[in-house]
Write a new protein. Structure first.
Length: 376
């Protein structure tokens, strides 16, 4: 099964990336570097590593340099398998073991996050906090005792569905839009009892609404866009976003092809989605979940070929979503640098966002959500 964060990206947008690289040499003038340095910056879905690295490749020196350059405090890192009841339990165990080894090998740069206090410690010690998360409930299968098993292994975020239907509910590409199952209701209750965060990214509309209603605590949509601006299945309607915010949850806007109905999105599209989400949800309920690697992509013909092949593989496996195309890439060309969050802050500042509002969007809102749910 192909993980979106391992997609290799094209060389056709190198010019925009080079322009960003030139700007990246200094701190953005419109949002002070000192303000950014003090902020808690959280990527609600992403991770360290180079996009062209093969699976289970140890972090390179370049990847660790990019971690430090990013200014990120913490990231929700996907450790689960996706889409397979036969394989995902074992895949998840292997992924957790791999990342535990990487954290141990680079203890000066990485820190496993189990509590909100660990996020504060990551900030204080200038390390990247790694939050283990799921993007599918398939590793749980029908055994709710596995919630505690994975919790003991450090998992703190559980996404209910990927794009397709599973035992918990319907993903966003299921035409039946059947919502949350009885097993899904029990799963939500167990996650609440265990003080783990529920993530509704990739969920169908009924699954999203019913899960928000069923949860006794706030939930997240860690990486999505606004359907009002780009009506694609991976994006959330205003009704879903408002329901999430009214429950105290936080939505993360991604840097993905689904920010536009057609063509390659850019930073301008990202800003539009953030502005819209703030208008619907309020500034206390919006963040960023890039759905990509911290390290920027490199561009060449081999990447274009590999990207197209992996889109084809996802389509064949039935996990692709409308809007995925071999010529529309899973990154924003003018934010293709490790320090992209600082440039997002600058763009929001130029649009009139206050420093206080920007700081919330950069990560304070997700930090507060984690503290609320994990502490109970």
């Amino acid at each position: 099964m192909v993980d979106r964060r391992n997609f290799l990206l094209s060389s056709g947008l190198a010019g925009a990336a080079m322009a960003l690289s030139a700007r990246s040499q200094g701190a953005p003038a419109s949002f002070a570097s000192a303000t950014y340095a003090e902020a808690t910056v959280i990527d609600a879905l992403g991770g360290p590593g180079e996009p062209d690295a093969k699976p289970d490749t140890p972090l390179s020196a370049k990847a660790l340099e990019d971690v430090r350059a990013s200014g990120l405090t913490a990231v929700n890192l996907t450790v689960s398998g996706v889409g397979s009841y036969d394989k995902d339990y074992d895949t998840t165990i292997r992924n957790i073991a791999f990342w535990n080894a990487q954290i141990a090998a680079h203890a000066d740069a990485l820190l496993l996050v189990r509590t909100s206090a660990d996020i504060a410690e990551a900030k204080r010690s200038k390390r990247l906090g790694i939050i283990f998360g799921f993007q599918d409930a398939t590793p749980i299968a029908e055994d709710l005792e596995r919630v505690e098993t994975f919790g003991e292994l450090g998992v703190r975020v559980f996404q209910l569905t990927y794009n397709r239907r599973n035992l918990v509910g319907d993903g966003c590409v299921e035409p039946g839009n059947a919502g949350v199952s009885k097993f899904g209701q029990a799963f939500i209750e167990r996650l609440n009892e265990s003080k783990f965060l529920i993530d509704l990214s990739h969920g169908g509309e009924r699954t999203t609404r019913e899960a928000i209603a069923a949860s006794k605590v706030p939930v997240a949509i860690s990486h999505t866009g606004c359907a009002a601006l780009a009506p694609l299945p991976r994006n959330k309607t205003d009704a879903e976003l408002k329901m999430l915010a009214d429950k105290g949850g936080v939505v993360g806007i991604y840097l993905m092809p689904f920010l536009r109905s057609a063509g390659q999105p850019t930073a301008e599209d990202l800003v539009r989605h953030i502005e819209h989400a703030v208008g619907v949800c309020g500034e206390d309920h919006v963040g960023i979940g890039t759905d990509g690697t911290i390290s920027p992509v490199n561009f060449n013909a081999a990447f274009r070929k590999k990207f197209a092949a992996e889109v084809a593989e996802r389509r064949a496996a039935g996990v692709s979503a409308p809007g995925e195309r071999p010529d529309v890439y899973t990154f924003l060309p003018d934010l293709n640098s490790a320090d992209r969050f600082s440039h997002i802050a600058a763009l929001l500042s130029k649009r009139g966002f206050s420093d206080a509002r920007i700081t919330k969007i950069l990560g304070a809102n997700f930090a507060q959500l984690f503290a609320t749910v994990w502490s109970g």
